[in-house]
Every structure is written in C-alpha cells, then in structure tokens.
Design a protein around this ligand. Structure first.
Ligand SMILES: Cc1cc2nc3c(=O)[nH]c(=O)nc-3n(C[C@H](O)[C@H](O)[C@H](O)COP(=O)(O)OP(=O)(O)OC[C@H]3O[C@@H](n4cnc5c(N)ncnc54)[C@H](O)[C@@H]3O)c2cc1C
Length: 401
C-alpha cells in the first residue's frame, strides 16, 4: 500500500554497501524502509576492500567501526616501491588523531556480514532474490516491479543497485552506460602463512609496486589472509565467459609472466592465490541528473568510481549517511532533499571518480626508461606533497546531529 501519512516509507533497491548503510541510517532517523536485493545472501561474495578513514567515520556513526577494525586489518601507511623493492615513498594513511578513524582492509564478505547482522538486529526488512525490473510513479507514491512478478509500493525509491543500475534507466531512459576504463582488475586472497616474507610493516600498509610491465598491490585483510590486486590493460572488456574462467593455472601463468621478477612477495602471492578474481573495470564520470520524481540514485549507480581510487565504498557510505540526514531534516519534501543531495555531493564524488581514472593510467605498461623517470617523479612528488594532496578526501565528515 502507498503510504499517505507524513512519514515516508522508502524502497531501497540493492542490498550492497550503499543500500545496507542507508537502511541503517534511515532507522536512526526514524524512517521506515525495505531493502530489495537481486541475489540470495552471499556469505563469500567478492573481493576485498580497503575502507578509507572517511568511510570508516561513516561506519563509526553506525557503531560498527570498532568491530570492523578488530576483524579487518588496520592500515597505517601507503608504501610505494619500484619493482626491485626500493621504497619510493611512505606516506601516513591511518592517522586517527587527524581523521578520527584508520583505514581498514577487509573482505567484502566481512563487511556484508557486519552490516547485515545490524540490519537483522534493527528489524529492517530485507527481501532477497528480488530483482527490480521497472518502476511506476504516481502522484501519491512509487511502485517497484520485480522479475518474479511481485511488486511493492512506497513514497520514494532509492536506487542503490550498483554500476549496472536498472533504476538509472528509469531516470535516464535514453541510456547511459558505464565506460570501460581499459583495465581488467585481477586479484585474490592468500593465506598469510604462505607469505612469511611479509613484514609487520607490510601488513599494516597498503603496498603498491610500480614496474615497467605494470602495477602490483597487496595488503593484509581479515581472517589471516592477505590480498593482492593488479591491472591488466585491455582495449576491450573481457567476455563474460573469459571472466568466469578463473582457472588458477591460466591466471598464475598470465600474472607470473608479468610479475615474476617483481620484488619480494609478488610471485609468492600469485602462486598461493585462493579464489582468484577478474573483473572489467568501468566507471561513471558524470550523469546529467541523479533523480527524477520520487526516485534517486546513490553509490555506484550514480557515480561508479574505479577501484584505483580506493574510494567507491566510502563514497557509497557517505551518500547513505548524508541522504538519511537530509530526509530526516527535510521530512516529506523529497524533491528538495533530492535536489540538495545531488547539489552537495556531486562536486566531491566526481572529483574522486576523475582521480580514480587518472591513477589507473599511471599503472600502465611503459618502457624501463619511462618507468624509472615515472618512479623518480613519483618519489619526489609524494615526499613533497604526500598526504596533503589527499587530506581533503579522508578528512570529510558528516555531522549527524
Ligand atoms: C575489484 C574491485 C575492488 C574494489 N576495491 C575497493 C576498495 O578497496 N575500496 C573502496 O572503497 N571501493 C572499492 N571498490 C568499489 C566498491 O566496491 C563500490 O564502489 C561499492 O561496492 C559501491 O557500493 P554500492 O552499494 O553502490 O554498489 P554495490 O556494492 O555494487 O551493490 C549493489 C547491489 O545492488 C544489487 N542489484 C543490482 N541490480 C539489482 C536489481 N535490478 N534489483 C535489485 N538489486 C540489484 C546487487 O546485487 C548488489 O548487491 C572496488 C570495486 C571493485 C570492482
């Protein structure tokens, strides 16, 4: 039934980072909602993530930062190296005094588990296997139609359905597809015991190695694991069949051909990979609008950012908290709230999306000479400007009061 009272009922499409966090903040704001997720709950879903201090501050506002910091791996610095292991620069990352929270690396499964436990404790309804197909808007409400023939109605609908958002095609029926950024992201998890060469300092850092043939990153995550990630450059996205083929032999051969001579742990991490992942990396630089009528986009649905920025999940968390705050204060004037939300958030997130794309380019294959020059410049700039260049991203804080 469509809710005609003054208090809104919100339909949230997508039970990912943005959708789960939004539901929890709406609960704090006294607003009811239901989450609709296309898939069944996946305990072992996906890759690993580093949540930056700005994202951890949002999780702290939900009372979940301590649990995630205890279960994940706290990261205190970014460490940049050349392929022979020479440290180009170390810059501080998780300065709690400055940012309020450290950065924390974790598996996506852990993040989902912690958020979902909180959803269940809060009594928020989450409906799995509900894939949105289409949306109908009326003067008094909005209706979501699902693939299984069901439908549900509410006052407003928030599309938190990720980079391939169906909600987005309701707002922008002329279509706007995410752009492939020329990178296939590759990575995996490795048991820490398989890489004894990782030092304590490595385990509390985000480690990035820049060589002539490419880029290789690694860090500790939760449950006694490390994760690594790298970019394979490609003119075309990989086919679905090729992405699904994560046979270890092929992945190892492909990656070792590039990274076997990289310093220290690179080859060991590749050799001992469990659950390898390959993903076409796309982004959404700028949409003409994020909302229409009773429907608004948040998270990757509105502004997907390349993993090279390390900020997609944090942006989704910020969106969730800020939107819930505006809805709490704006009562039922959702048009005003949606307009203000887009106006206040767009500049920040689009700057970060652009930065993510730029960082991906810096990780391409170059000649050994170009690599030496690039690494020298990187070392100078990072030592000179270091954390100052990124402070504005980590320092951002939403005041819930
Ligand atoms: C390889 C990789 C590594 C990354 N690493 C990092 C990192 O280290 N740090 C970081 O901050 N970010 C990282 N990101 C980005 C981050 O994962 C995303 O920005 C973040 O997950 C966005 O959250 P979201 O909720 O908007 O979208 P998602 O997390 O994608 O969630 C969308 C949800 O909507 C559901 N859905 C989709 N369509 C429908 C439908 N029609 N009906 C109902 N439900 C639907 C999906 O099943 C999904 O559960 C990485 C991304 C990738 C691909």
């Amino acid at each position: 039934m469509i809710n005609n009272t003054k208090s809104l009922h919100v339909l949230i499409i997508g039970g990912g980072v943005a959708g789960l966090a939004l539901a929890l903040f709406l609960k704090k704001a006294g607003i009811t909602c239901t989450i609709y997720e296309a898939y069944a709950y996946k305990g072992e879903a996906g890759s690993g993530l580093n949540i930056a201090p700005n994202g951890m501050n949002v999780l702290a506002a939900l009372g979940l930062a301590d649990e995630l910091a205890a279960r994940g791996a706290i990261t205190l610095e970014h460490c940049f190296r050349s392929e022979n292991g020479k440290v180009l620069a170390r810059i501080p990352y998780g300065d709690i005094n400055k940012y309020g929270q450290p950065g924390v690396s974790m598996s996506r499964a852990t993040l989902y588990e912690v958020l979902t436990n909180e959803i269940n404790k809060s009594g928020i309804e989450i409906k799995y296997n509900k894939r949105l197909l289409s949306i109908n808007e009326y003067s008094i409400g909005v209706k979501a139609n699902f693939e299984d023939g069901d439908s549900d109605s509410g006052d407003i609908l928030i599309g938190a359905d990720g980079i391939r958002s169906i909600t987005r095609s309701h707002i922008l029926p002329q279509g706007l597809e995410p752009s492939f950024v020329g990178v296939v992201g590759v990575g995996g998890f490795v048991k820490l015991e398989k890489v004894p060469e990782l030092t304590q300092q490595d385990l509390s850092s985000l480690n990035y190695t820049f060589g002539a043939k490419g880029f290789f990153g690694y860090c500790a995550v939760d449950r006694g694991y490390a994760m690594w990630w790298s970019n394979l450059h490609a003119n075309q996205p990989m086919s679905e069949a090729a992405l699904r083929d994560t046979s270890m032999d092929k992945l190892q051969q492909e990656m070792l051909a590039i990274y076997k001579d990289f310093h220290g742990p690179a080859a060991a991490l590749i050799k001992h990979t469990e659950r390898p992942l390959r993903q076409n990396i796309s982004d959404i630089q700028s949409l003409p609008t994020w909302h229409k009528g009773r429907v608004l986009l948040i998270g990757d649905a509105a502004h997907a950012v390349s993993p090279n920025a390390g900020q997609g999940a944090s942006m989704a968390l910020e969106d969730a908290m800020y939107l819930a705050k505006l809805l709490r204060d704006g009562k039922d004037d959702y048009v005003k709230v949606f307009t203000q939300f887009e106006g206040d958030r767009k500049g920040r997130v689009e700057k970060i999306v652009a930065e993510g794309r730029k960082r991906g380019v810096g990780k391409q294959e170059v000649s050994p000479f170009q690599a030496r020059i690039r690494n020298m410049m990187m070392s100078i700039f990072l030592k000179l400007f270091g954390i100052k260049g990124i402070d504005w991203v980590y320092k951002y804080k939403i005041d819930w009061e």
